[in-house]
Design a protein around this ligand. Structure first.
Ligand SMILES: Cc1cc2nc3c(=O)[nH]c(=O)nc-3n(C[C@H](O)[C@H](O)[C@H](O)COP(=O)(O)OP(=O)(O)OC[C@H]3O[C@@H](n4cnc5c(N)ncnc54)[C@H](O)[C@@H]3O)c2cc1C
Length: 242
């Protein structure tokens, strides 16, 4: 019962912290307690993109959840019987997916994040493609100067409003709106430990542990869902951002 999670980014950390509770539900308390949960990250810290602010909270939550964190560790291949790591070591685990023989794409550091997204400036119009607009995870757009919009709900929803408004403005010959992402916050789920809420690109910690958990639950169960069967509420939720 070894569970290996590759990548200690936003979702890898959330999954690692929550996994034992899920095993408890789907198997048993004994299996959950004895399972080995391994989180592999090639960078020297967990959550490298999340910055130093929330890191102590994240590290404590991973420790509480008894997650083995392997840092500066690169996966080179996933086989029938486990995970091969750079340097010749391996971890025995049965891969349900992806199929055996799968080799993670060897990418230069941090570059995949940008390469797989269409470059869109600053009106979310794709460079060199008149009439094409990008939004959400597929858009690599600058927000607040040098920061690139993250692949997150908060950015996706705001970008969607700007892109939608600009498509209409483009068609009507009106000036386009410049994408902005004010009041950026991050809320990371940390399983039984709770959550951590941060503000701004520098990610100052606002709340952590049990105090932050209701915010995460509210986001996941309410904020990210559009209103249903309520035309006025739907229009209000998708209205032009400016
Ligand atoms: C496990 C997990 C946890 C996450 N947790 C958080 C979180 O806590 N907070 C946060 O801010 N973000 C979180 N994210 C990120 C967030 O979900 C994404 O950034 C956001 O959903 C991006 O929105 P989007 O509209 O760009 O793409 P999506 O939400 O992925 O929507 C794309 C849609 O396009 C459809 N589609 C794809 N291809 C085609 C096609 N060829 N034809 C027609 N339709 C197609 C898909 O079915 C999908 O419905 C999480 C992501 C994951 C995977």
């Amino acid at each position: 019962m070894t569970f290996v999670i590759i990548g200690a980014g936003f979702t890898g950390i959330e999954l690692a912290c929550e996994l034992r509770q899920r095993i408890r539900v789907h198997a048993s308390a004994d299996v959950a307690d004895s399972a080995r949960v391994v989180l592999i990250e090639r960078e020297p810290v967990a959550g490298p993109q999340l910055g130093p602010g929330p890191r102590p909270v994240i590290e404590e939550a991973l420790q509480n959840a008894r997650v083995e964190v392997l840092l500066k560790t690169q996966v080179i291949r996933i086989n029938d019987d486990g995970i091969e790591l750079e340097g010749g070591t391996s971890i025995a685990a049965k891969p349900p997916s992806p199929p055996p023989g799968y080799a993670p794409i060897a990418s230069p550091k941090r570059s995949m994040y940008r390469w797989t997204r269409s470059v869109a400036f600053p009106h979310l119009r794709i460079t060199d493609r008149p009439g094409w607009y990008a939004t959400g995870d597929v858009a690599c757009a600058y927000a607040e100067g040098e920061h690139v919009a993250l692949m997150s709900c908060q950015h996706a929803m705001t970008m969607g409003k700007f892109a939608g408004a600009n498509v209409a403005r483009d068609l009507c010959g009106q000036p386009l709106l410049t994408y902005q992402q004010p009041n950026y916050q991050t809320c990371l789920d940390l399983g039984d430990y709770g959550a951590v809420l941060t503000r701004g690109w520098q990610r100052d910690v606002l709340k952590s542990g049990r105090e932050a958990k209701p915010i995460k639950v509210f986001i996941n169960q309410k904020v990210i869902y559009p209103p249903i069967d309520d035309h006025a509420a739907l229009l209000a939720a998708s209205a032009s951002p400016i």
